[in-house]
Design a protein around this ligand. Structure first.
Ligand code: LLP
Length: 463
């Protein structure tokens, strides 16, 4: 089904602010496979389909706004990561990107492990049957209750993030009569090329224990002496949405240096290193992400080389991709509500969601793509800003993009690459109801996280 075109749309193709926006060279109807999930295509009528289902049907059945997650793409990406790293490494999916019971089951079926960073994520993982030994527990300020629950459940590793936590986990493990496998998270002093809020390996931030000043070496000393802990390795995560492998290489090199120092001081060769997550994905056609096999090769080459020169056995490597697995697999579907052409500036297109379902644009200046998906159009491109319905002018979903100038209220537009850090960072701002996540696969669509209702909102309001 294709929706009717609106005849009298605003025409701004040749009126761009600041003079540096040029109309796109490509046909607006084309869907760049870099930013759309793998089963997305247009049908004969020009409507977008995912998993073989047309968007208008999805909108009718599940409403808008909604996230549609391409399950076969998600599974394929899990397999690509597992295959790229092979049997001598471990891939932990970072649940903070997006977690639900269905996702936990897919991970298990595809042979991945899971990184959780809160009691809530741990509860979801355990509830959905993830074996505890395949869970890594992260966080810079885990509560005592969270640590107890993780140790009791028998999680495969706890990533220690501070001196206090080394002592806390040791006490709790002793009290529970177990020896908890742990890693120590170090900050390697790398400035990752990404937004300040998602860079994590420079020294002036809250995560980990600095390699500088011998802090990390001191943490290792304590972890090796305290009872209840089995130190299995060193962990480093340099940040998020990173394309350049150089930061990972520096990080791997510094972690291996620490392993060599530990061997020299304690006579112990720690068997594992975890290089974290943070691999970038394509949000727009400008982005060029690396494939998992290239990343795996780059990381394992550097670790092997550094270990050889330090005379160390090569440790088992683990990685924690979140965004790179789930990010590209989903898009958010919106209905266009109002359209405001601002002469000489741009056209504001308001949709039925906004910063409550995608805070990334407001928070990190993130860039997204957008397409008209309920139909194709040959109208000339107009420069738009896609905005939400919240009471805030920073409520921007897509800052600068082009849509056909015959766009009309009632059209469906979609923003690709919203699988990571959108539903998981969604809020109830303005008492918005958080959208559902619908998994689509082989002509079947099913809700895996349902839409919030006003009853859900009011249930919490007990005053
Ligand atoms: N491992 C650790 C220890 C992490 O802290 C993170 C992300 C990951 C793995 C996964 O990183 P990924 O592969 O997904 O980039 N809300 C921000 C991202 C924050 C990431 C926090 N930690 C965003 O929307 O860009």
């Amino acid at each position: 089904m294709s929706r009717s075109a609106h005849p009298a749309g605003p025409r701004h193709a040749d009126v761009y602010p600041e003079g540096h926006y040029t109309a796109p060279a490509t046909d607006l109807n084309e869907l760049d496979p870099k930013v759309w999930s793998r089963t997305v295509t247009r049908d004969a009528d020009g409507a977008l389909t995912v998993g073989g289902i047309e968007v208008a049907r999805l909108a009718e059945e599940f409403g808008t706004p909604a996230y549609f997650l391409d399950e076969s793409d998600f599974r394929a990406r899990c397999r690509a990561w597992a295959d790229a790293f092979g049997p001598d490494a471990d891939v932990f999916y970072a649940g903070k990107a997006f977690l639900s019971r269905a996702v936990v089951r897919w991970l298990q079926e595809e042979g991945l492990n899971l990184d959780v960073c809160s009691g809530g994520e741990l509860a979801t993982a355990l509830d959905a049957g993830m074996p505890a030994e395949r869970i890594a527990f992260h966080g810079n300020n885990k509560t005592v209750a969270e640590i107890e629950r993780a140790v009791e459940a028998g999680v495969g590793r706890i990533v220690l993030d501070s001196f206090q936590e080394i002592v806390r986990v040791s006490h709790i493990a002793q009290r529970l009569g177990v020896r908890q496998r742990v890693q120590i998270r170090v900050t390697v002093g790398v400035e990752a090329h990404t937004h300040e809020f998602i860079a994590t390996a420079h020294e002036d931030q809250k995560f980990g224990i600095a390699l500088a000043d011998g802090q990390a070496a001191e943490a290792v000393r304590r972890a090796l002496t305290l009872d209840g802990l089995e130190l299995i390795g060193i962990h480093s995560h340099i940040g998020s949405q990173i394309f350049d492998m150089a930061g990972f290489e520096v990080s791997a090199r510094r972690v291996v240096q620490l392993l060599a120092e530990i061997r020299d001081e304690h006579g112990v060769e720690l068997p594992e290193i975890d290089l974290g997550g943070g691999l970038g994905i394509a949000y727009t056609s400008e982005d060029d992400p690396r494939e998992p096999h290239e990343i795996a090769k780059a990381l394992s080459d550097i670790v092997t080389r550094e270990c050889e020169s330090a005379g160390l056995r090569t440790p088992r490597i683990s990685v924690e991709p979140g965004r790179a697995i789930v990010g590209p697999t989903a898009f958010t579907l919106y209905e266009v509500g109002t359209i405001k052409p601002l002469e000489g500036l741009r056209t504001y297109v308001s949709v039925d969601g906004g910063m409550s379902d995608n805070i990334r644009t407001a928070l990190y200046d993130a860039e997204y793509s957008v397409a008209l998906v309920s139909r194709t159009s040959d109208a000339e491109p107009m420069l738009v800003r896609v905005v939400g319905k919240h009471c805030e002018s920073g409520d921007i979903v897509v800052k600068d993009a082009f849509l056909p100038s015959d766009l009309a209220p009632g059209d469906l537009i979609a923003v690709p690459a919203t699988g990571a850090y959108c539903r998981s960072m969604a809020s109830n701002y303005n008492h918005a109801l958080r959208p559902p996540v619908v998994a689509v696969r082989d002509g079947q669509a099913r809700v895996i996280v349902r839409r919030e209702t006003e009853e859900d909102l009011l249930r919490l309001d007990v005053g």
